[in-house]
Design a binder for this molecule. Sequence first.
Ligand code: ARG
Length: 401
Amino acid sequence: MTERIVLAYSGGLDTSVAIGWIGEATGAEVIAVAVDVGQGGESLETIRQRALGCGAVEAYVAEASDEFANEYCMPALKANALYQGHYPLVSAISRPVIVKHLVKAAREFGATTVAHGCTGKGNDQVRFEVGIQTLGPDLKCIAPVRDLALTRDKAIAFAEEKGLPIETTKKNPYSIDQNVWGRAVETGYLEDIWNAPTKDIYDYTATPEFPPAPDEVTISFEAGVPVAIDGVRVTPLQAIKDLNRRAGAQGIGRIDVVEDRLVGIKSREIYEAPGAMALITAHKHLEDITIEREQARFKATVGQRWSELVYDGQWFSPLKRSLDAFIEDTQRHVTGDIRMMLHGGQAIVNGRRSETSLYDFDLATYDTGDTFDQSMARGFIELWGMSAKVASGRDLRVAGQ
Ligand code: ARG
């Protein structure tokens, strides 16, 4: 029986050419699998037909946008996940859900190998292959760009020679990856890290310098998950899409960073994640009133570690799973409403309310009705500073000797 290879298919030039390229190099049949993670753009049926036109024996589209929102974006939101304090893990969280569907397709179509279009320099090859090793340990991995010398010029020449149904002339200097959680743009003149991004790079966000009228939004959360916007019930996917539109119109969520890739390279990336950044801001402010101080401080550290693990391709790892359990436990009382003003590139919280709030007006107030006994503070401070005071006494003594 002819060997079968499942290819993660995007519909772009590289993966379209990869279908025939893999076929020629290995003699295997290629099954193209496109996964819908809310990337928009072309219709998935168009993409499916193109895969068949490029020689795939089967082409299959996995509709995974709700699954992606519920099981990948929501955990990232609960973790307030920002790699290196900036990047909301747009591409990093999409790889594991794509892997899940690739492995499923490999089983269904009797494939022995999974292929992806990544280069040998990035994080995504790691995320795909570590994921595949974990979910399908018997499956082999192959990356035509990295392993079968499929360079860009060869891809264009191959497409023209075979008359593949794909555009080869339109020269897009950027490498773009997008889904409902955000969009990542790199390469081209952005590789000079002093060059400012030009307007044509952006798609999810309008220019924040010329914003429309301010847009006030109320987001309601239950156990850390957005459930309503301005009082209208929404699914996580709808919440993200709605805020992509509203925060995007205000130019919120543009990010320009040089980040540390797992493979040891520093690289410059432009992100736009209007919905994700608005949701993370709102969620964090709700946590501020509903999570106890020590738990909140520890959670910030856990969230950072969670982000690093996910960035580094460890989505299916035991440590990531354990951190999920911790984070989930902290979300029990993260229920309530956040009111936020979206305007001119910023999402600024201006109101919060929660039945499970720890904010105690009577303790906090400086007006009459204050229930806080200020006389307790003196003794507390005395004891709190005691050990440092004892140490500084010793330091003075030693210095004087
Ligand atoms: N640097 C990001 C990450 O490693 C995004 C990778 C994909 N970016 C792209 N422009 N194709 O998660």
